[in-house]
Write a protein that binds this ligand. Structure first.
Ligand SMILES: [Fe+2]
Length: 723
């Protein structure tokens, strides 16, 4: 037995000791990675050769000179807002739409359009401006004589996009960037009107080849809808370098001297995590029932405890396995249902585990059941590990990647496509930026290369599963997890953050009500894009009566558990579009603010915006920053266990390395865990890009001590999902 006082002391000390700190002493000739987009799983795009580092340095010098030249040009030839000419006798007209085949009839509203001329000595003169209308049409009226003046060299029509905002003191400033330029020959402007006809912009387009709403990124360096902030890139490069070097070392050892590397040595090369630290002081404690209860309740998983219908003080945590998804035959992923009983102090203690599905390489019956209880000695320990691994995998794929990354992307695309003049753009943009970029990187690295090689799911299986789980995510009536009791600090902190956010968003809406109502059209377009591109509600597109009984029961059980886990209100009336019952509820139904239902309109907007920010900030940060605790020791937990070649399969001790990941995959898993946990950047309170509303920071800091009492550091909550 472990002494409670000693346990608490060791756990606290290890939490402090293994707490991730950010920072790395960079120096010129140290190897570097070029950026987030250059991460690779097996190989490395690390620059290690001094000549290459020098060339890279020279390129950076060139970039700086080029930027300085551009800044000088801007200084010498400023673009003044004053409009030339007084006689508005001529017009440039046209129409702006999206460019994707399915979108060419969808107008782009409220885009800033400008008409400029440039003199022979390069100075800029503005001829006129406007914003595109709801139907995408635009008219810029200007003075023909001013435009055709002999000193003018050229005329150009420009479309500017609203990219981001920044705060100076407490006032917000929108930033517009040039998106499209069309040169107009001066000699062609002769009559009363010059038509540019329809201009199709390839702007935040939805992908046609993805099962969930995703944005098109043709080239992440040259043709992405947005780019990482420079500070984010720099922080990433600094923090990732030592981790990348460790992985390179392991890959070379495995290729040229495999006898020099073992699971233990590999593990020692990466920073110590929480479980390894505790194990040194309290051997076996992190494999105990008590530790499992603590981690399920307040660790990375923050599991949903479903009350047992018959047993008071008993709860179930369920991690669904391969189900009907495409999978390989190498890795085990049975459905794992653990029953917990609350101890006197409120801690859930695991007492009974049911594994459903194959646990060895021989019996493939998908509905075979194996039951283990806390009286089963070693087998209980081994079975708990299967539960732990399944829990880590489903928390990562279902809750982290789907519930926060993909969920946020669907709101980000719809927001950037539609919100420009409405103050809600200012509210949401700082929290929705960069998610599409990190998701783009995840496509290749995580979903195609890593997960299919360390777990049971194939790339097709991952696509099917993420679509299903996204079908259980909706803002309507969403509420944070309800605490089981006082010691359920993860749920209590979540509730506290939601309360702060709800108040902040409510005040923001009240402060900007007139403008929000005036530009309600944008909210409607945002809502329509969101609903039209949402995935169907889980199971709504399959004929349940055609499923075999066992499959149907499993599917119904999942739907029921997910609806509570993700707080998906099944009583909400959702909309059917193109024959699909859409998972995301509309925020509004009208182009103009519905005065007759003003309270309802505002309440829906208030709740939806709070939810979007909650998911992109707090919910994402929670899993992201706790990953290394849960997945920083391969034999404690990993993405998946192999069946191995013995009849006992995965019900085997940690010393049986035939079921744990191979050494290459083990190193890659730790590399991933480190990268994701250690390269966070863009914290709310640090406000690295001055784009977080100072009011939100103030409100969070007011609650700093309350959060601290619940083991949450307000300074570690990220303002957006970008890793
Ligand atoms: Fe993440």
């Amino acid at each position: 037995m472990y002494q409670p006082d000693k346990v608490e002391k060791v756990c606290k000390e290890c939490e402090e000791k293994t707490k991730i700190v950010y920072g790395y002493n960079d120096s010129f000739f140290k190897p570097k990675l070029k950026g987030i987009n250059f991460l690779q799983l097996g190989r490395s795009s690390m620059i290690t050769n001094p000549i290459t580092i020098t060339i890279e340095f020279l390129y950076l010098v060139y970039s700086k000179i080029r930027n300085a030249y551009q800044a000088l040009m801007k200084f010498l030839f400023p673009r003044r807002e004053k409009i030339m000419g007084h006689n508005k006798n001529t017009q440039v007209v046209g129409n702006i739409t999206f460019a994707r085949k399915a979108d060419i009839h969808v107008p782009l509203h409220n885009m800033r359009c400008e008409l400029w001329t440039r003199s022979w000595w390069f100075s800029w003169r503005k001829l006129g401006d406007c914003t595109s209308q709801r139907d995408g049409s635009f008219v810029i009226e200007f003075d023909l004589r001013a435009a055709r003046r002999f000193t003018n060299r050229a005329i150009q029509f420009e479309i500017h996009q609203h990219t981001h905002v920044y705060y100076k003191d407490t006032s917000v400033h929108p930033v517009y960037e040039l998106f499209k330029t069309i040169k107009i020959p001066k000699k062609d402007i002769i009559g009363m009107q010059y038509s540019l006809h329809t201009i199709q912009l390839f702007y935040w387009e939805y992908r046609d080849d993805a099962p969930v709403p995703r944005v098109v990124i043709k080239d992440h360096d040259k043709d992405a809808p947005q780019y990482y902030a420079q500070g984010r890139q720099d922080a990433f490069i600094e923090q990732v370098t030592p981790i990348e070097l460790t992985k390179i070392k392991h890959m070379e050892q495995l290729a040229f001297a495999p006898e020099t590397i073992t699971m233990e040595s590999l593990q020692n090369d990466y920073p110590e995590n929480l479980t390894r630290c505790i194990e040194r002081e309290l051997p076996g404690y992190t494999r105990s029932d008590e530790w499992m209860g603590k981690r399920m309740m307040n660790g990375m998983n923050r599991a949903y405890f479903e009350p047992d219908e018959n047993d008071k003080d008993c709860y179930w945590v369920k991690y669904y396995g391969v189900c009907r998804y495409a999978h390989n035959e190498k890795f085990a992923l049975p459905t794992a249902k653990m029953k917990f009983r609350l101890r006197e102090d409120g801690l859930p203690m695991p007492i009974h585990l049911v594994l459903i599905g194959p646990i060895n390489a021989f019996n493939k019956d998908p509905f075979q059941e194996h039951v283990f209880t806390s009286d089963d000695g070693d087998d209980w320990q081994h079975a708990k590990r299967v539960f732990r691994v399944n829990g880590s995998f489903t928390t990562e794929l279902d809750e982290h990647f789907t519930g926060t990354h993909l969920n946020t992307e669907q709101y980000a695309i719809a927001a950037y496509r539609n919100l420009r003049l409405n103050p809600i753009a200012t509210l949401l943009q700082p929290h929705l930026k960069e998610v599409v970029l990190i998701n783009h990187s995840a496509d290749q690295l995580l979903l195609s290369e890593f997960i299919p090689n360390v777990t049971a799911l194939t790339p097709d299986g991952i696509n099917q599963r993420t679509r299903d789980v996204l079908g259980m995510q909706d803002w309507a009536n969403w509420q944070p997890m309800e605490p089981l009791n006082e010691i359920h600090t993860a749920a209590r902190a979540e509730q506290l953050f939601w309360d702060v956010l709800h108040k902040f968003v409510g005040e923001f809406i009240q402060d900007n009500l007139a403008e929000i109502r005036a530009h309600w059209f944008e909210i409607h377009r945002f809502s329509e894009d969101l609903v039209n591109h949402a995935v169907p509600v889980f199971l709504s597109d399959i004929d349940m009566s055609e499923l075999p009984d066992e499959q149907r029961e499993l599917a119904e059980d999942r739907f029921d558990y997910y609806s509570k886990q993700y707080c998906f209100d099944t009583t909400v009336t959702r909309e059917t579009r193109d024959g699909e019952l859409k998972a995301v509820s509309p925020i509004t139904h009208s182009d103009d603010f519905d005065e007759d239902n003003a309270d309802d309109e505002i309440a829906r907007l208030h709740h939806a915006c709070t939810y979007m920010i909650m998911v992109a900030t707090y919910l994402h940060t929670w899993i992201n920053e706790h990953q290394y605790e849960q997945l920083g020791e391969v034999l404690y937990s990993c993405g998946g266990l192999r069946f191995g070649d013995k009849e006992r399969g995965v019900i085997a001790p940690e010393s049986d390395l035939s079921i744990s990941p191979g050494l290459a995959r083990a190193s890659q898993g730790l590399w991933f865990g480190n990268i994701l946990s250690r390269t966070e950047y863009g914290f709310i309170t640090a406000n690295n890009e001055n784009d977080v509303n100072p009011k939100l920071i103030e409100m969070l800091l007011e609650k700093e001590e309350e959060f601290k009492a619940l083991n949450v550091d307000v300074h570690s909550i990220e303002s957006r999902t970008n890793i």
